[in-house]
Write a protein that binds this ligand. Sequence first.
Ligand code: ATP
Ligand code: MG
Ligand code: MG
Ligand code: MG
Length: 564
Amino acid sequence: MRLSRLALATTKETPADAEIVSHQLMLRAGMIRRLGAGLYTWSPLGMRVLRKVEAIIRAEMAAIDALEILMPAVQPAELWQESGRWQAMGPLMLRMTDRAEREYCFGPTHEEVVTDYIKRDVRSYKQLPLTVYQIQTKFRDEIRPRFGLMRAREFIMKDAYSFHMDDAGLDHEYQAMRGAYAKILDRMGLDYRVVAADSGAIGGAKSEEFHVLAHSGEDELAVASEGGYAANIEAAVTRAGDGPRGAPGAALKKIDTPGVTTIAGLAEHLKVPESATAKAIVVMGESGDPVLLMLRGDHMLNAIKAEQLPGIATPLTMADEATIREHFGAGPGSLGPVNATVEVIADHALANVADMVVGANYDGAHFTGFNWGRDHPEPRFADLRNIVAGDTSPDGQGTIDILRGIEVGHVFQLGDKYSRALNLTVLNESGAEVVPQMGCYGFGVSRVVAAAIEQCHDDAGIVWPAAIAPFELVIVPIKADKSQAVRDACETLYSELKAAGVDVAYDDRGLRPGPMFADAELIGIPHRIVVSDRGLEAGRLEYKGRADTENSDVAHDIDAIRDK
Ligand code: ATP
Ligand code: MG
Ligand code: MG
Ligand code: MG
């Protein structure tokens, strides 16, 4: 590609409203432009990266026989009412009404739609297992869209769904998808960890997240030095307890709360000070399963949980008692008459959603609670404790290191939650109707681009891993306007490299060397060849890898360049 034709729009200045490096560099490189809160246009340069990411994903999906489909972004409310998530999704879901007053949402995810789709054509065990996926735009009305594409409202997800006759089939596909995700991230050259994730109240369901490691990551990961234990700290804390939901472990302690049956009572029992600025709502699941929680000011912590606990936890507006009453007040195992508001549960201003999680379980007699926070190496309440760096891990092996990560993928064994709710059945070998088991597997296509930049950059700009760079190589001419020899050499080199299958950019914009070098570094092209009269006279070209500190020479020869 000739860069004069690419509509490059780079800037030197760091945009004031961009807090993290990937957002800054994507704006400075002109990969994206903002339209509104959490809404971005991908430029031609940005698209080159996005398409490479998509190509890697498609190749790895094909390798495990996942089939590409494309479902509507706009979805009828009825399906969500059937699954119970029309309510449960709360304000995260963008809703709309058509001219006939029918209700729709812009899909935040597609479990309902895909189950409905499969229901139409799959009748027999012979058609299973089946895995479909799409690469598509999602909309989530995130409470606090920020960091550019990292937490956008409209974003691109690869979402896959698998259907099986039994648990063993589901587990097999889950492992295959897990393997495919690892390959995708390996091919992109990113440093990542796979961690156990909180699978919420969907009992026994297995769920793991893929995190690209980066200081700016919103999630904390507890990773053991030995034994392979790795968990999102959310899951580490909520799972590793001796409370009703937890596996054996030490992190979650039972608080003796004799006579305390309301959340307000709990707040009192825990001596939450009047001066506290944070607020929380605690809700119990219908099944009596522990369900949490929590929000504060504009950081809706429970939105995180709500997605993982569909139908049970709901993103609520602050202390919205009527909503709580509607959703939870009447359910068995609920708190009964609405007691579910804790006005204050911490006495400091939280800087980030990841700063603190507060939870409570009520088993009819006792509350079990926990909290943790990176600003709280000391547990806030004497009965509770954190997982912190240096702890022995839950399985007794090694010590815990706390890493920061960006969630780019999430694989989940759903079981029959959606197939049952939407009446999907298939006939088994003996002709009986069986409700299939499902898995779902999300991958943040646009987010991983930002995550790659968080991990791969320097002071001059982006340092793309080769597989997802917008171009593999750039040709930079020196004083082309004064030298026919330089122009000819560049043209020839450009054609030869193209013919050799190299994704090459030719900087034919007629700029001075400084700005051309700066742009090549900012947009992160892995290899740079400089063509000058002096070099041509010596039969050499000047080469620099994006991560190299020094230039080197390369022979004026395609094979020599390709060896680089
Ligand atoms: P997060 O915890 O960051 O809010 P999530 O757990 O809500 O993410 P999932 O429902 O698991 O997200 O969706 C699958 C993938 O979609 C995530 O792993 C992430 O890569 C991507 N994703 C989710 N929300 C966003 C967003 N607002 N902007 C960009 N990508 C997103
Ligand atoms: Mg998450
Ligand atoms: Mg989310
Ligand atoms: Mg997730």
